[in-house]
Design a protein around this ligand. Structure first.
Ligand SMILES: [Zn+2]
Length: 89
């Protein structure tokens, strides 16, 4: 282990539920742990020439079914444990 790493204790949070910004369904960890693991949250600050405006802020949370519906035509799924270049495990 490297000895030049400095650490400090931090407070952490666990996501226990969310409301999808697209379908407006409410997902809680108690009833759907998978949904809280598979949701997509995008936080972004627009830079110079950004379509959202320089310095403006995006905060969006969408469930897995909604992000899949939106992005499925552009997503490249890579099989877990396989090298995408060689196809070998
Ligand atoms: Zn949704």
């Amino acid at each position: 282990m490297s000895t030049n790493i400095r650490t400090k204790p931090i407070e952490s949070f666990k996501i226990v539920g969310f409301t999808c910004d697209k379908c407006k369904n409410d997902f809680t960890q108690e009833y759907s742990g998978t949904e809280t693991q598979e949701m997509l949250r995008w936080l972004h600050v627009g830079g110079h020439d950004s379509v959202i405006g320089d310095g403006n802020f995006i905060d969006i949370t969408i469930c897995q079914n909604c992000w899949w519906e939106l992005f499925k035509d552009f997503v490249e799924i890579k099989l877990y444990g396989f090298d995408s270049e060689t196809g070998e495990a």
